[in-house]
Design a protein around this ligand. Sequence first.
Ligand code: TRP
Length: 453
Amino acid sequence: MTDTKKSIHGEWSSRFAFILAATGSAVGLGNIWKFPYIAGENGGGAFVIVYLLCVVLIGIPIMMAETLLGRRSRQNPINTMKALAEEAGADKNWHYLGWMGVIAGFLILSYYSVIAGWASAYVFKDFTGSFFDADASEIKGLFDSFIASPVQLIFWHSLFMLATMVVVARGVNSGIEKAVRFLMPSLFVMLVLLVAYAMTTGSYDEGIEFLFMPDFSKLTGDSVLTAMGHAFFTLSLGMGAIMIYGSYLPKDVSISKTVFLIAGTDTVVALLAGIAIFPIVFASGQEPSAGPGLIFQTLPIAFGSMTGGWLFGLLFFVMLVFAALSSSISLIEPAVAWLVENKDMNRKQACIWSGSVTWLLGFGTIFSFNVWSEFKVFDRTIFQLLDYLTANLMLPIGGFCIAVFAGWIMTQQHTEQELNMPSPRNYQAWKILICYVAPAAVFLVFLNVIGVL
Ligand code: TRP
C-alpha cells in the first residue's frame, strides 16, 4: 500500500470536511430520538453511566481503528478487509466482516428512514399549527393517530429515502460534504435553547436527577447490552461507515485528535437532548419509558406553548431531518461504494439499487406500528427485532472483530504508522484498549446476557 493511494471516489477537501461528515454521521436520530427514549426505558442515570463508559473504553478506540483501516486501504469495507488481511498474511475470511457491515447498514437504514420520516412529518405538522396551545394528551393523540396510518408513514419514509438516494448519488465531495456543512452548528444552538426552555418548566431538577443520578439496581443484563449497543450505534461504529469515511481521509490528518472531537461532540449532543427532554416529560406528567414516541410526545408541547414556538419547532424538526440525512448517507455509502468498485455500476445506479432494497425493507418497520403491531417474533415487533439485531448484536460483534483485527492481526508497524501519535505512550494506551479492554468488555456483556456470567 503506497502513501499516495487515493480512493477512486475522491477525497475530503480537508480535515474539517472529514470531521463534518463523520460528525454528521454520528450525530443523528441516535442522539436526539433514540438516546432519550432508551435512557427512559432503562431507568436513567445508571444506564447513562454505562453508556458513557462504553463510549470512552470501547467506542473511541474502535473508532480510531475503523478510521485507520479505511484510510490504509482506501476502498469499501469489504475490499478493505480483504486487502488488509492479505497484507497481514491473515485468513481471507475477514472480508465477511465487511459483508456483515453492509447488511447491517441496510437493516438499520430501513428503520432509520421510517423514523426520519416521522421527523419530516413533524416539520409539516408544526407548520400547519398542530401543536399550538395543545396539551400533553392532545400531542400524544396526534402522535398515536399518525403512526396508526401506514399510508402517512409510507409517504414520509419514501420521501426521506428519496432524499438520501439523491444526496448519495451526487458523491462524496459535492453531495455529502455540502449537506453537512451548515447543519451541525445550527442543531447545536437549537438544543441549547431547548435546554433553556426546559429550565423554565419547573421540573428541571427532576429531569436532571433522572438522567444523572444512578440507581444501579435498575440495571439488567439487557440494559447493559443496550447501553453498549447504543455506544456503537451513536458513533456509527461496527459496520464500516466510519471505515468508508476514513478511506476518503487525507494521509496527514491526525486520527486520534479527530476521533476525540467527533466522539465528544456526539456525546454532548445526546446529553443535551436528554437534558432538554426529561424536564418536559416530568412537567407534562408523562412516563420516561414512553418508548420510540418520546420526543414526538414531549417536544411539541414545548413548541406549542413557548413564544415563537411555531418557528422554533419548525427549525428544530428541519434540523433533525438534516441530522438524520447526514447519518443515513453513511449507512448506505458502504454498499454504494462496493457496487461502484466491484460491480461496475455508476453511483446513480448503485444508489437506485441499494435505496430501493432499503425502501422495501422499511415496510416491516412501518407496519410494526399499526397493522402488524401484534405480530411478534421473540416477543418483539419487526422494528424492535431489527433494532435489537443490529444495534445490540451486529454492531458490537462487528466492533469486536474490528478491534481484534486492528489489535492482533495488523502489524504494530502499520497501525503505528497510520495513527502517527505524538507520543509512544498514547499509542500504547490505544493498543491496550484495542487489544484487551474493548474486546473483553464486549465479550463479557454478551456472556452476561446469555446468562453465563
Ligand atoms: N450514528 C447515527 C445516529 O446516531 C446513526 C448511524 C449512521 C449509524 N451511520 C451508522 C449507526 C452506522 C450504526 C452504524 O443517529
